[in-house]
Design a protein around this ligand. Sequence first.
Ligand SMILES: [Zn+2]
Length: 226
Amino acid sequence: MATYEDLTPYEYLTPDEGTGRLVNVGWLGRGSRFGVGAPEPGLVEALLTLAAFRRAHVTRGHHLCELCERHPGQDALRVPFEPAEGGEVSLGNGEVHVPGPGGFVYAAPTLVAHYVDRHGYRPPADFSWNAIAAAKAHISTWEKAKRTLPVGAAVHGEVVERWTSGLVVSTRACPGAEGFVPAELYRPDGAAVAPKDFPRDGDPVEAVVTGHAERGRRILLRVGPA
Ligand SMILES: [Zn+2]
C-alpha cells in the first residue's frame, strides 16, 4: 500500500466530486516513522464503527498491515466487532473519511483502526476527536432511524447498492440510515426476476419496515404497499 506523511494532500484515489479537500492520515507502511502513545478513549471503537458503517473508496482487493511481522495467511485482516454484519469488520479494503475543520476531510485507510490498536500509532489529535464525534453521530442516526421508522412504516427510498443477498436502500426520512431488502422479500411471490427487471442504482423503492437488524445496523424492508 502506498504510504504518505500525515496531513499531506490526498492522492491515492481520485477524490469524489464534492468530497472537499482530502488530507492523508494513517497511511503507514514498512519503514514509516510515526508518533506512538495511548489512544484517546473510544478511538479504536470509533474507527471500527466508521470502517464498518461509513466506509469510503471501497476497493476490490485487500491491503495487509506491513507493520505486523507475519500474517496468519494472506487473507484480509478481520477484527471482531460485535455491531458489524457477521460480528467482525475486515480492514484494508477502503477508507474512513472524517470531516475536519475548515472544509477539509481526513482520509485514512480502514487499517488505521489496527495501527492505533496494535501498533500504538497516535494520529493527529484533531483527527481522533473528529473520528470519535463522527462515530457518535452515526450511532445517534441509527437510534433516530429506529424511532422514525418503526415496523410497518412506509419507506420511500432509492437503491444504493445491489448484492446477491438483496438491495441496500437509502431512506428519505432518515438520511444516513441504511435500509435493506433481503432478496426473498424483493420477490414476495418467490418468482425469479429477470436480469432486465433488476433495479438499478438510483431507482426509487417503495417499501415497508419489517424489522431492525442491530447487527449491521440496517432497517429491514420488504418492497410493496403497507
Ligand atoms: Zn499490524
